[in-house]
Design a protein around this ligand. Structure first.
Ligand code: NAD
Length: 272
């Protein structure tokens, strides 16, 4: 099993595929992550607000896999933006690790007016070796501009809602121009796109599942993805996408499903 890796602008390599643990209850997280690690996942996407960092850390330690072979992302919650370094240290303690591979500002939360301050803290945390790579999530072009202007440091990734019903052409262009890698959250639109006739038709043509086709599309357009599932067979199904390819025409057809549909909050107004 070969999971592709992508070079981030700061030299860190990220596995293009992983497991997301949003809405995985803490008492089921260790088992969920353990199964994923067993079947080849090496990248876990969590956040302070998910309240399962400790259980992710537990599964990682119990796996016996060496820390350097794993890629762990966590995120700074909105109400902690004024205190990024201490908050990160708290996450490291919960995860029982000396560093995370990627730390993200979870939302710009523009109404709080603290995300630029938060970014300065992440820049400092990277200098201190608490985190290998630093990025953001749910940032719109004006939020990216503000943090880059204030520090001269460009985030390595922007993790945004992205799936066939919200293909984000504007932000993807902005990312390409700035050398930012796109991470796609809710890559399956939480399951909503899996009944789409275009998706099911392409899936039938490849003798694959709709989820596999949508995840393969993400990989083909260069996104980093980490679908969530608590079902062992789906965890296995979702990673089994590296031995088939979509045609350029199929990629285009999926791109054509865009309808600007958000499943989550609007980053311009969400202050959480
Ligand atoms: P997702 O698009 O990954 O969908 C997950 C849901 O899809 C599952 O609960 C299940 O119902 C269904 N599913 C998964 N695999 C399937 C399969 N093979 N067949 C059929 N159905 C399947 O949604 P998500 O969990 O919202 O997003 C993934 C990850 O993105 C999260 O776990 C989290 O790590 C991250 N995320 C980040 C943010 C952010 O603000 N940065 C927001 C939401 C999610």
């Amino acid at each position: 099993l070969q999971i592709p890796e992508i070079d981030l602008a700061d030299g860190v390599r990220i596995p293009q595929f992983g497991l997301g643990v949003f809405q995985v209850p803490p008492d089921q997280t260790a088992e969920n992550v353990a199964h994923a690690l067993e079947v080849g996942y090496r990248h876990i996407d969590t956040a302070r607000i998910y309240q399962n960092e400790a259980q992710v850390g537990q599964a990682v330690r119990a796996s016996g896999i060496s820390r350097e072979e794993l890629f762990i992302t966590t995120k700074l919650w909105n109400s902690d933006q004024a205190n990024p370094i201490d908050t990160l240290k708290g996450s490291l303690e919960l995860l029982a690790t000396d560093y995370v591979d990627l730390y993200l500002i979870h939302w710009p939360a523009p109404g709080r007016d603290t995300y630029v301050q938060a970014w300065k803290g992440l820049v400092e945390a990277q200098k201190q070796g608490l985190v290998r790579s630093i990025g953001v999530s749910n940032f719109q072009p004006e939020h990216l501009r503000a943090i880059i202007d204030a520090t001269g440091v460009t985030p390595s990734v922007n993790q945004i809602e992205l799936h066939p019903y919200l293909t984000q052409p504007g932000l993807r262009r902005e990312h390409a121009d700035r050398g930012i890698v796109t991470e796609a959250w809710s890559p399956l639109a939480q399951g909503m796109v899996l009944d789409d006739p275009v998706i099911t038709e392409i899936a039938a043509a490849h003798d694959r599942t709709p989820a596999q086709v949508v995840l393969r599309w993400h990989v083909d357009i260069g996104n980093v993805v980490f679908p969530k599932s608590m079902t062992p067979s789906r965890i296995e199904e979702n990673i089994d996408i590296f031995d088939f390819e979509l045609s350029a025409e199929e990629v285009e057809r999926i791109e054509g499903l865009d309808r600007g549909h958000r499943t989550g909050p609007d980053p311009d107004t969400f202050n959480g």
